[in-house]
Design a protein around this ligand. Structure first.
Ligand code: PMP
Length: 343
């Protein structure tokens, strides 16, 4: 039987969390003399709700995940860091992941002095499940997967992922930052079946809110409770909570952006493939495209000189020669294609 208590670091299990004024009294219509705030209304003079109850209820309805299975962080990056700090004993435990993938998993592991074991994806950018499991041992607390994966832009095979969730000894985290651009289903539907599954999503991509810094983790409520115990008390500020609540009313805009971005992605992929210097364009389930060039450094410098900035991924394992291009507006994509045509 899976028991989260066997995975939590000893000091975190024993931790008495900080209890803020807003934890100890919740309610609205009162004279608040408990948090040493300035009483004069600036609209920002009060601390934010540390539990983000309204925001979580709104997200719960949109995502079809109960509020007690949702953690909100200062970007998904906060959830990545807190998962490592909650479950990985520095110098002893380890994390397993795929390679290449989003760089923050390794950076957070390094900051926390936790060994990071990477297993190269297969030639078709799928997880090598046998090798990932072989690399895992009793001290492997977390497995980070990313689907659709950054930078390879593909979704991971469901059967491989399910096998990993079933056989990996610790928590399996699936980062779904790009899920809104994919035709494959979210793994969030498996949360009730797997108590060791954590899904990360973000408002930075499809929802157009990278600037507010708001990321989500979905997991069994026991896992969410651990993250809530160790987060900064007021980790999601009032401006973020307020703006997100407003923007979440407007799912129509989000849906429109997704369909425009997907349409533009397909246009960009077709146009890039026509260019003689483009050797390959990877199929994409995300809001970016990977295009391979014989001379990626020169193309990158040429585009930068024209003030068109893409990401050079040409030195990344399995992505040699590739530039990563975010899908822009129609006008931006036209400018990119026309610059490359003139090269
Ligand atoms: N996960 C992946 C796979 C990403 O590519 C990114 C951003 N590049 C993030 C997470 C970061 O998300 P957030 O803005 O929510 O911290």
């Amino acid at each position: 039987m899976f028991d989260i208590n066997n995975l939590i670091r000893e000091n975190i299990r024993r931790l008495v969390p900080y209890s803020s004024a807003r934890d100890e009294f919740q309610g609205e219509d009162a004279i608040f003399l408990d948090a040493n705030e300035n009483p004069y209304n600036t609209t920002l003079n009060r601390y934010p709700d540390p539990r983000q109850i309204r925001l979580k209820q709104t997200i719960a309805a949109i995502k079809n995940v109960p509020a007690d299975k949702i953690f909100l962080g200062n970007g998904s990056d906060e959830a990545i860091d807190l998962l490592i700090r909650a479950f990985c004993e520095p110098g002893t435990d380890n994390i397993v992941s795929i390679k290449p993938t989003y760089g923050m998993y390794k950076v957070c592991a390094d900051i926390n002095n936790v060994e990071f074991r990477e297993v190269l994806l297969t030639a078709d950018f799928q997880p090598d499940t046998a090798q990932l499991l072989k690399m895992s041992d009793a001290n492997s607390k977390l497995l980070f997967l990313c689907s659709p994966n950054n930078p390879t832009s593909n979704s991971l095979n469901k059967n491989d992922v399910v096998r990993l969730i079933e056989e990996f000894p610790g928590l399996v985290i699936i980062d779904e930052a790009y899920i809104d651009f994919s035709t494959t289903e979210s793994f969030a539907g498996l949360l009730d079946r797997y108590p060791n599954l954590v899904i990360l999503q973000t408002f930075s991509k499809a929802w157009g809110m990278a600037g507010v810094r708001l990321g989500m983790a979905f997991a069994a409520k026991e896992i969410i409770a651990v993250l809530n115990r160790i987060k900064y008390p007021y980790n999601i500020n009032i401006l973020t909570q307020r703006t997100a609540l407003e923007r979440l009313n407007d799912t129509a805009s989000k849906d429109k952006w997704i369909s425009m971005i997907i349409k533009q992605r397909d246009y960009l992929a077709r146009e890039l493939a026509k260019l003689p210097m483009v050797k390959r364009v990877l199929p994409s389930d995300a809001n970016f495209l990977m295009a391979r060039f014989d001379n990626p450094r020169e193309i990158f410098a040429y585009l930068t000189a024209k003030k068109i900035i893409v990401r050079d991924r040409s030195k990344v394992s399995l992505c040699e020669g590739f530039l990563r291009i975010t899908v822009g507006t129609e006008a931006e994509n036209l400018a990119l294609i026309s610059a490359l045509q003139q090269y």
